[in-house]
Design a protein around this ligand. Structure first.
Ligand code: GLA
Length: 384
């Protein structure tokens, strides 16, 4: 969508032109899953699918939200402390406002229209995109002196404190800092980052959607975080380390008796994934795409068997990807319990590959899986 189209929707709703229109993308992640909250590196990229928000300032303290695609309105005001809404979606906006105010930024009433084309519940972070769009809109609307890094942290805290998902920083960072045709190697320990060119001749990034909505995801996600914290605490009792980055499998074996099997497996996955991510980046730099794909399959095994965030639908798709010569690598992506598999597929054969895997999927689950071709785009920005 362009600025004129989003502005027209805004005008229909609020009878005026918006002051700003913002586009904020969803994200993919090539490798480095469930390590952003464990001081690891991740390799995400912004996609060319967006949440769009259009905003105008009001003369009162009202916040009026309209979600075009849901055809729902929400209204509240800034006179008292903001409360989470049972409708769900307003919380991504309200959470950001709440965090901005906690940081001492002055926010007054506004109108906001929300629309977009990011598949919801597919694990491509439509929620982070809306949080980033909101903080970016507020920066411009209220002329806030706030850096991109701070906006990322505010967006993440909105999700942690208001939405109640104790997520890491990857999704918000990728949405805000995305760059066309590049993946971001992000050090989640200190938010330093480098852009890697990612344009593979003849290979496309394809998502296969299970259409399983990850309803269990937020509570299980928070549990995984706690399990990692328990494991790290046990390691730190024995070794002078600060994070999983310095931990080894040998260290983990030393403390195995003091933690449950579950916690052991979670830690094993995290330590392996941090190492795997580093190896995968070296493969990319060396142009060894086959080896990169192998690392992706290994990540899936770890997520499925040790971290236990996969589901039968995701496992079925990845198993069938492995049988395809035209697929370089594949794995479940994002938080898990549903959503998408990310696969690197020979561009010429995407359709044929999809049809074969979909037949296997249909036979097992009695319904189709989805398919999206992904292009790496730019991060959150004003449309003009
Ligand atoms: C979700 C979270 C991210 C990250 C991934 C798993 O997308 O929001 O912070 O932890 O899961 O890698």
């Amino acid at each position: 969508m362009n600025k004129a189209e989003v502005s027209a929707l805004f005008a229909q709703q609020f009878n005026e032109a918006p002051s700003f229109v913002i586009a904020s993308p969803g994200r993919i992640n090539l490798i480095g899953e469930h390590v952003d909250y464990n001081s690891g590196f991740v390799l995400p990229a912004a996609i060319d699918k967006y949440m769009y928000v259009a905003v105008s300032q009001r003369n009162d303290s009202q916040i009026l939200l309209h979600a075009t695609d849901l055809n729902q309105n929400f209204q509240t005001n800034l006179d008292a402390a903001l409360q989470p809404s049972s409708s769900g979606w307003p919380n991504y906006v309200l959470g950001v406002i709440d965090e901005l105010r906690k940081d001492g930024h002055v926010v007054s009433g506004f109108n906001m229209l929300i629309t977009g084309n990011i598949p919801i519940g597919a694990g491509v972070s439509s929620s982070a995109a809306l949080e980033c769009a909101t903080v970016f809109a507020c920066k411009h609307l209220f002329d806030l002196d706030i850096s991109k890094q701070s906006m990322v942290k505010i967006a993440q805290r909105a999700e942690n404190n208001f939405v109640g998902v104790n997520c890491g920083v990857m999704d918000q960072f990728a949405s805000m800092f995305g760059k066309a045709d590049h993946v971001i190697k992000l050090d989640c320990a200190d938010l330093s980052y480098t852009y890697f060119p990612f344009k593979l001749e003849g290979i496309s990034i394809v998502l296969f959607d299970t259409f399983v909505k990850h309803s269990l995801a937020s509570s299980e996600y928070n549990t995984r975080r706690q399990e990692c914290e328990t494991g790290l605490a046990a390691l730190r009792q024995q070794f002078s380390i600060t994070s999983f980055r310095e931990a080894t499998l040998a260290m983990l074996d030393t403390v195995a008796d003091s933690i449950s099997d579950k916690v052991y497996n979670r830690c094993k996955y995290v330590i392996e994934e941090i190492g795997r991510m580093e190896a995968a980046c070296n493969h990319l730099l060396a142009g060894e795409i086959g080896a990169f794909g192998t690392r992706m399959y290994e990540t899936h095994m770890g997520l499925s068997e040790l971290y236990e965030v996969s589901c039968p639908e995701l496992d079925c798709i990845v198993e069938n990807c492995k049988k395809e010569n035209d697929i370089v690598g594949a794995r479940m992506m994002g938080g898990g319990f549903g959503g998408c598999v990310i696969a690197l597929v020979q561009t010429a054969n995407v359709e044929a590959v999809y049809n074969r895997i979909n037949t296997a999927y249909q036979n097992k689950f009695g319904r189709n899986m989805g398919k999206y071709l992904m292009h790496i785009g730019d991060g959150t920005r004003l449309l003009d």
